[in-house]
Ligand binder design. Structure first.
Ligand code: ADP
Length: 429
């Protein structure tokens, strides 16, 4: 586990079914290439001979089924070889899913149940390797020509877009080990917070909205339907977190539940689904390579994710600073405030806070550094049920001139004037 800071490329020989686990250095990128044999990073094969550049802090493993030689250039926090991995059990799951996809494809398209491929949901505590397993299953499926749908319900550390969102996107190619999930046309719903306890009802409503849209898309797309979905979830598995998992399993009609690294969760979920022959609950071992991340690291990772949204993972995007008048923007917050003033309620009734009520936000200095979602809603009533086009970041609020300066991925008008505010903020450092 020695940190290395080699200036000459270092060669590493990997025996079959072993992996090189790497944490790139905090301040410099790492270059790596496959010299001989074959190897993959989380399900995506490495091209032979080509140097790949990994950004600082990335934690990953280069796994080989049959043996490989890897060359590394640059410093790492750690790098070591592990010959004990759960990869065989993971690829066995993939083989079973593949069988189901083939059966779904072969069935007559008029029978909606038979033509439905696997709907896999990956559950487990934080840092059990859920996102990594989801990614492998998707990349292996894509390699075989399927276009499975990736659904990410993890609002804390999602891999499709910025934190605070739930999202879905078809995976058409094995996922790029450096660039991650392509951001072309994801279907994104903005929750606005990084923990579901801020507004549990809103989280559930958005999960339902997303599931309904996907259901509609699947109804008209046999190919997507047969490929099925892989759903990644949050690491919150106790109490309400557990209820939310059950809610997600039910809402997305998941038929394969993969439980990573927790016996108790596995037995609870198996018990709940004992009488339901349509749901298979499978226990899988957590990889020893999964890196634990503390709260501070997670916070920093969220901040990097927001930076990546605007600037790109490899700094290849150039966002625009735009200026808008206060009067051009309609900013709303979801939840909070009382449903109706006391005067409007029957005598004796108490006003209750409605979790999905929207309230207009006054533009003031509090908006500084806030990240807002740009809704596709055409009216304010549609805000909850609409997905979002993207995000802007408020960099200045000029109260006197009544103008807001914000960073957006591109120049020009926003696709809509309806913006949603949560508790997400970000500051460029
Ligand atoms: P979870 O989704 O359960 O929170 P992740 O899949 O995100 O966990 O894994 C946590 C971290 O560990 C990630 O940075 C991931 O890249 C890293 N990781 C996972 N598996 C391995 C492995 N076999 N070797 C090295 N790093 C790994």
């Amino acid at each position: 586990m020695n940190p290395s800071s080699a200036s000459v490329p270092k060669q590493v020989k990997l025996d079959k079914e072993s992996e090189l686990r790497i944490e790139a250095a905090n301040d410099s990128p790492l270059r790596l290439r496959l010299v001989t044999g074959s190897a993959e990073i989380f399900g995506t094969e490495l091209p032979p001979e080509i140097w790949l550049s990994f950004p600082p802090r990335l934690k990953f493993a280069v796994f080989t089924w049959y043996g490989a030689t890897i060359e590394m250039d640059g410093s790492t926090e750690t790098d070591y070889i592990a010959d004990e991995t759960p990869m065989v059990s993971y690829v066995n799951v993939h083989a079973v899913l593949e069988g189901r996809r083939n059966r779904a494809k072969a069935s007559s398209s008029t029978d909606s149940d038979a033509s439905q491929g696997p709907r896999v949901i990956v559950v487990g505590p934080t840092d059990s390797g859920k996102s990594t397993l989801s990614r492998m299953l998707l990349s292996w499926a894509a390699k075989q020509g399927w276009k499975p749908t990736f659904v990410d319900l993890d609002i804390g550390q999602g891999s499709i877009t910025i934190p605070g969102c739930i999202a879905a996107t078809p995976i058409e190619m094995p996922i790029d080990p450096v660039e991650g999930i392509p951001l072309e046309m994801p279907l994104v719903y903005f929750y606005g917070h990084t923990t579901p306890s801020n507004n549990i009802d809103l989280y559930k409503v958005l999960v339902k909205e997303l599931a309904q849209i996907l259901e509609r898309q699947f109804a008209g797309n046999i190919e997507a339907r047969a490929a099925g979905m892989v759903i990644n979830t949050m690491g919150w598995i106790e109490g309400v977190g557990y209820e939310l998992l059950l809610h997600a399993i039910e809402t997305f009609k998941a038929n394969v539940v993969l439980v990573l690294g927790q016996e108790k969760l596995y037995s609870m979920l198996r018990e709940v689904h004992r009488s339901n022959p349509n749901v298979d609950v499978v226990k899988l071992q957590k990889s020893g390579g999964v890196v634990s991340r503390n709260a501070k690291f997670r916070q920093r990772a969220r901040s990097y994710r927001m930076r990546e949204y605007f600037y790109g993972i490899t700094n290849d995007l150039s966002p625009h600073a735009n200026i808008a008048n206060f009067s051009d923007l309609f900013i709303y917050r979801v939840g909070g405030g009382p449903q109706a003033p006391r005067s409007a309620l029957p005598i004796g009734a108490d006003p209750v806070a409605s979790p999905v009520r929207i309230t207009p936000v006054n533009i003031d200095k509090d908006l500084l550094h806030v990240v807002l979602a740009v809704s596709y809603a055409k009216t304010s009533e549609e805000i909850i049920s609409s997905n979002v086009a993207g995000f802007i970041h408020v960099t200045d609020v000029d109260i006197q001139r009544r103008k807001i300066t914000y960073l957006a991925p591109s120049a020009g008008n926003l696709p809509s004037k309806f913006l949603i505010m949560g508790t997400l903020a970000w500051q460029e450092t």
